[in-house]
Design a protein around this ligand. Structure first.
Ligand code: NAD
Length: 249
């Protein structure tokens, strides 16, 4: 028996990038997986697909109820849907701060709230939030985005404390820059995409971007009973950004 066999997992933002790699990895290892996304039209079997907007509480509740019915219960929530934002505190007006917090923070709260009653019925319940190295690293031009991920980090710790005695583990992954369609869009918008990519690569001590499959591996570990004694932690998947000093020679 694989450690993933029989696990029933819901992955938000599972139609693209990190979420998609995670949904596919979990399914390949024997889990039953449902994807919740704004646009799940590209999601194929054996994955189940549900359309929902994490900023809309009713749509989240309906999609989670349908996914739990489709899977026959829920053991794992991968709270991953999120959007980016550039700039300093002077660059984004209040309504942009509200919009990004609504997706990146409240989106995870709404989804967790809808999933918790199902997770309580599981013998192997786990929530994994996709956070970011931006939560703790102090990256330039990322004030709003970093603040949302700082909130996700704190939320992870608080939820881990609240639900530990219910047998629900809560952890997060902190990726560096991951080669996903999102980063592709960022590069397309740059004046010099090749130079922007080289700068992003150079920021990571490994000298390359993180592969989405590498983040999926970390999420899968935290989602499975393999990490059964781990709760309230952040696992860095950042090519050494957080832990290593930049090379000087
Ligand atoms: P992506 O754009 O490739 O995929 C994001 C998915 O989320 C898309 O399928 C999109 O449709 C879905 N989504 C967006 N808003 C939604 C909403 N309101 N409701 C439902 N679904 C919605 O992005 P990605 O790079 O895979 O990022 C996924 C997560 O990883 C995000 O939380 C992001 O903050 C985090 N992250 C990404 C990187 C990176 O460098 N790519 C680094 C650190 C953390």
């Amino acid at each position: 028996m694989s450690d993933f066999e029989g696990l029933r997992a819901l992955v938000t933002g599972g139609a693209s990038g990190i979420g998609r790699a995670t949904a596919e990895l979990l399914a390949a290892r024997g889990a039953q997986v449902a994807v919740l996304d704004l646009d799940p039209s590209t999601v194929d079997e054996p994955l189940l697909a549900y359309r929902a907007d994490v900023t809309d509480d009713t749509s989240v509740r309906q999609a989670v109820a349908a996914a739990a019915a489709g899977l026959g219960g829920l053991d794992v929530l991968v709270n991953n849907a999120g959007i980016g934002a550039r700039g300093t505190v002077e660059d984004n007006p209040d309504d942009e701060w509200h919009r990004v917090f609504d997706v990146n923070v409240l989106g995870m709260v709404r989804t967790a709230r809808a999933c918790l009653p199902h997770l309580r019925a599981s013998a192997h319940a786990a929530i994994v939030n996709t956070c970011s190295v931006a939560a703790t690293a102090g990256l330039p031009q990322r004030a709003l985005y970093s603040a949302t991920k700082g909130a996700v980090y704190s939320l992870t710790l608080a939820m881990a404390a609240d639900h530990v005695r219910e047998g629900i583990r809560v952890n997060c992954v902190n990726p560096g820059t991951v080669d996903t369609p999102w980063v592709g869009r960022l590069l397309d918008a740059a004046d010099d995409p090749a130079a922007e990519r080289a700068a992003l690569e150079a920021r990571q001590p490994t000298g390359r971007l993180v592969d989405a499959a590498e983040v999926a591996g970390a999420i899968a570990y935290l989602a499975s009973p393999l990490s059964g004694a781990t709760t309230g932690t952040a696992l860095a998947v950042d090519g050494g950004m957080q832990g290593l000093r930049p090379r000087t020679v």
